[in-house]
Design a protein around this ligand. Structure first.
Ligand SMILES: [Zn+2]
Ligand SMILES: [Zn+2]
Length: 355
């Protein structure tokens, strides 16, 4: 039985008792894998100022993911005397404009090619990005599949060596939640997982606008990941995410998330969540009718919900073999226009759990 997650709380308790840290004990690092700069020609802030925005707000890592441009972190000057626990992970948003296939190439050594002429299908284009990214030392994240509703689950299923995709993206035009004719990225995720694909869900900003804040701009601070690792390096962040040692958030913080081959448990962090939800730029999902407060759902194949709790912590013991089990935490609040908004944290799936 392998414990993939350990709580910050228990780590702190262990540390405060002077007991030796557990072998797999780790810390949580907050990161954003997707953001743009003036180098793109359509974002409003320089790479230095973009990096400083995240540095000043407690993030631990950032990928400056520019369209078909590699930003070497060595070329980005950060303020003198800055805190040490902030790094830039080298990256690029590999962008096939014709087929609307965008991927974040995480922790690459240099520029990944994006040649659009040689691929005739979306599946081929995704695979071209994935293979090119691996050749250049990195790992791919498939970005915003519902941007222009370009990518369907069936396009992704034909690929290999892809282990992450953007379940949530803070850009205001990417349709995370679908519409009457298109499924949400989360429904797409369950489709992929139900077909046996091993793929984790990422949340990112894809911010372009730092100077004007509104729901109609793509602002920073809307989507992030919390990654568990023993050290903060570009490789450790990439490895941990590739192994599913993270959760994705659009506003909800967790204090505990741990899983094993037959067990999954989470607790929310209500104080940090309340603090996060004060931000004016978050983008919740509008729902007409809902119950305010936290909800924890354990979800398996075909998106079936196995248990629902309205407490601030919940666990699930697996009593029969299943293909995968994941957890989704929702925070719902009323909005003054009427109706409600939902914010989420998504735990990564555990594969083939069983009693
Ligand atoms: Zn993109
Ligand atoms: Zn982008």
């Amino acid at each position: 039985m392998i414990t993939r997650y350990i709580t910050i709380l228990s780590f702190m308790l262990i540390a405060s008792c002077d007991a030796p840290p557990q072998k797999d004990a780790g810390k949580w690092f907050k990161g954003n894998t997707h953001v743009h700069t003036t180098l793109s020609g359509h974002a409003d802030t320089t790479k230095e100022e973009v990096a400083k925005w995240y540095l000043d707000r407690g993030y631990n890592f950032l990928i400056l993911s520019e369209h078909n441009q590699f930003i070497d972190p060595a070329t980005v000057s950060l303020p003198e005397g800055r805190r040490e626990d902030f790094i830039l992970v080298p990256g690029e948003e590999v962008t096939d404009e014709d087929l609307v296939v965008h991927t974040t190439a995480m922790n690459i050594e240099d520029l990944v090619p994006w040649n659009t002429d040689i691929n005739s299908t979306i599946t081929e284009s995704i695979q071209y990005h994935v293979d090119g990214t691996i050749e250049h030392g990195g790992t791919s994240i498939l970005n915003h599949p519902n941007f222009e509703y370009a990518i369907r689950a069936s396009d992704i299923l034909g690929t290999h060596d892809l282990y992450m995709f953007e379940l949530y993206n803070g850009h205001n035009e990417v349709h995370n939640f679908g519409d009457e004719d298109h499924v949400s990225t989360e429904v797409m995720w369950d489709d992929l997982l139900t077909h046996g694909m091993k793929i984790y869900g990422v949340s990112s900003d894809d911010a372009h606008h730092f100077q004007t804040l509104s729901q109609n701009h793509s602002n920073p601070g809307r989507g992030w990941v919390m990654v568990r690792a023993t050290e903060l390096t570009p490789a450790s962040m990439t490895d941990a995410m590739s192994n599913g040692d993270f959760y994705a958030s659009s506003g909800v913080y967790l204090s505990t998330i741990e899983s094993s081959s037959n067990y999954y448990a989470v607790s929310v962090d209500p104080i940090k969540t309340a603090e996060a939800l004060k931000s004016p730029v978050l983008r919740g999902k509008y729902v007409r009718d809902a119950k305010e407060g936290f909800k924890i759902e354990y979800i398996g194949p075909e998106g079936k919900i196995f248990s629902t709790s309205y407490a601030e912590s919940a666990e699930y013991a697996v009593t029969e073999p299943m293909l995968y089990l994941r957890v989704k935490i929702t925070y719902t609040r009323a909005i003054h226009e009427g109706g409600f908004e939902e914010y989420y944290a998504w735990g990564q799936p555990v594969f083939n759990p069983g009693p």
